[in-house]
Design a protein around this ligand. Structure first.
Ligand code: AMP
Ligand code: ZN
Length: 144
């Protein structure tokens, strides 16, 4: 994608503090780190989000996430990680090229869990929700 910031970083047209690279994925330091070792992992091929990511690249990307998490554990010995994706504007996605945040967590870092991100519990009964989603899953399965 011509005008995509993370495509440009993946193609080395824009510098980044790269810490990991393989044939399919790149890991680099977030320019505005939320904690020591905050890394972004991107597929080299443009995809706006996971829905857009080619099936064969999903495992590759997740493998890079695992490798980098292991390296960060070794480098900084954090007590844990928050690993996540802002998907869509409403969730805070600012760059329209899929990126997975790996945020090392340290005792006393004043952060919360993923449960603190959204407070919007549904009023629909859980069984209704289950039926709707199961139907959608079946529909997709039949389409593939
Ligand atoms: P998001 O809100 O999930 O789209 O996150 C975008 C992230 O990209 C933010 O955490 C930014 O700090 C980070 N970012 C933006 N530009 C750059 C850049 N040139 N190099 C590294 N990280 C960047
Ligand atoms: Zn891109």
């Amino acid at each position: 994608m011509a005008d995509c910031l993370f495509c440009k970083i993946a193609n080395k047209e824009i510098p980044s503090l790269t810490i990991y690279e393989d044939n399919w994925s790149l890991g680099f330091l977030d320019i505005n780190p939320l904690s020591l070792g905050h890394v972004l992992v991107v597929p080299k091929e443009h995809a706006e989000n996971i829905l857009d990511l080619k099936e064969n690249l999903i495992g590759k990307l997740f493998s890079a996430v695992k490798n980098i998490t292991e390296a960060l554990s070794d480098a900084f010995s954090p007590q844990g990680f928050t690993i996540g994706i802002n998907h869509g504007r409403i969730s805070g996605q600012a760059v329209d090229h899929l990126h997975i945040h790996i945020i090392p967590r340290y005792e006393g870092d004043n952060g919360g869990s993923l449960h603190s991100v959204v407070k919007n519990p549904p009023s629909e009964p859980a069984e209704e929700v289950q039926t709707k989603v199961k139907q959608a899953v079946e529909k997709l399965r039949n389409k593939r």
